[in-house]
Ligand binder design. Structure first.
Ligand code: MN
Length: 367
């Protein structure tokens, strides 16, 4: 660390994420930003999250009440890839045509695909079918790129953290992490199952990430927390996979709390489902929408900030090792009147997850 760096003062100009002076080479944890939101179907803006979170991170105080000095092992955020930004632009334009077509297709009503009717591949003609193919091809290129970068970071023996983007972005990272850490479990915070078998025709939709993970990556467990907006098909799929998937629905969590079970009791039940090594995938909409008003698909209810952080801290105190994590679906919003609140919460959550990840790997002591 540079001698001039003062963790108690404001971030210096030109400093890195959280106002830190580190380079990639002297950092233990590397953030991989993925500015991608190709298949976002409702509110957009999450491609701008990595830069908004980095900007908001300068306001986060570096001293932590529990993990004390989480910045000391070195934290570094890679620059955003120009290639990914370009792919995102192309994919978004193509995806919009598919979504518009699906909205106006007048297909028969289907309760599982109610938000936007999903065009079957067979009824996509001409332009729409080409657009769908473009999106799916670019999504595969993105996954490959994130996978390659993730492998590079993991091979350098550094801890990996992805900053999305929409929730499709960490797929390649989870694949790389699972190769390095077999029998990996996934702790998934979200308002949604994200277990759709393709959404709106997009194979790598933000709404399908955990389906794609379960079908293609040999994770040992998936533990979902905060789920409260989902279709029957997803709930059935989760139930069929009950040997591998545990769901803690928001309604069940709230019922337990309202009838007097302490949060520590619920937290212990959640943690008991996890193997020793875990990856955390955090969709910001798991939290109460007061904490993420601009996220793509906000849903009433959800966890409070401290409840989520407490759960993560207890997982670490139980001996679980967090091998890496991602934070996605943070959105600074698309309109001029939007404030910095979503990115501010995102930056603070990112720092807390960073702190507990380092603590879980014995790189920081904790209280
Ligand atoms: Mn999600």
């Amino acid at each position: 660390m540079e001698k001039s760096f003062d963790p108690n003062s404001a971030a210096a100009e030109g400093s890195g994420i959280f106002g830190l002076p580190f380079k990639e080479s002297n950092s233990s944890l590397i953030y991989l930003p993925v500015p991608w939101e190709a298949t976002t179907s409702y509110g957009g803006g999450t491609a701008k999250a990595p830069s908004a979170i980095v900007k908001a991170s300068y306001q986060v105080d570096l001293f932590d009440g529990e993990v004390l000095k989480p910045y000391e092992p070195g934290l570094f955020c890679l620059p955003e890839s120009k290639k990914i930004k370009e792919w995102n632009k192309q994919a978004k334009t193509a995806a919009q045509k598919v979504i518009d077509r699906a909205c106006h297709s007048g297909e028969s009503w289907n309760p599982d695909k109610r938000k936007v009717a999903r065009p079957g591949l067979t009824d996509c003609r001409g332009d729409v079918s080409r657009c769908l193919k473009t999106v799916n091809t670019l999504s595969e290129k993105l996954n490959e790129e994130v996978y390659k970068e993730s492998r590079r970071i993991l091979e350098a023996k550094k801890i990996l953290a992805v900053i999305g983007g929409d929730h499709s972005t960490p797929y390649g990272a989870m694949k790389a992490a699972c190769e390095k850490f077999p029998a990996l479990g996934i702790l998934h915070f979200d308002a949604h199952h994200d277990l759709r078998r393709a959404y709106e025709g997009f194979t790598h939709s933000h709404a399908s990430i955990l389906y794609n993970v379960l079908e293609n990556i040999p994770v040992s467990r998936l533990v979902q927390v905060g789920i409260r907006d989902f279709c029957e098909e997803e709930a059935d799929y989760a139930r069929q996979k009950s040997g591998q998937v545990s769901v803690f629905y928001d309604s069940q969590i709230k019922s337990s709390l309202f009838s007097g079970e302490p949060w520590i009791g619920i937290v212990s039940r959640i943690i008991s489902q996890l193997p020793e090594k875990i990856w955390i995938t955090f969709d910001i909409d798991a939290l109460d929408p007061k904490l993420c008003p601009n996220t793509g698909t906000p849903v009433p209810g959800g966890l409070d900030f401290e409840q989520a952080v407490y759960l993560i801290s207890q997982a670490v105190k139980s001996g679980r090792k967090i091998v890496g994590f991602d934070l996605n679906e943070v959105s600074p919003g698309e309109k001029a009147h939007d404030d910095e609140w979503d990115a501010n919460v995102g930056a603070r959550l990112l720092y807390k997850m960073t702190a507990w990840t380092l603590a879980s790997q014995a790189l920081r002591p904790y209280r």
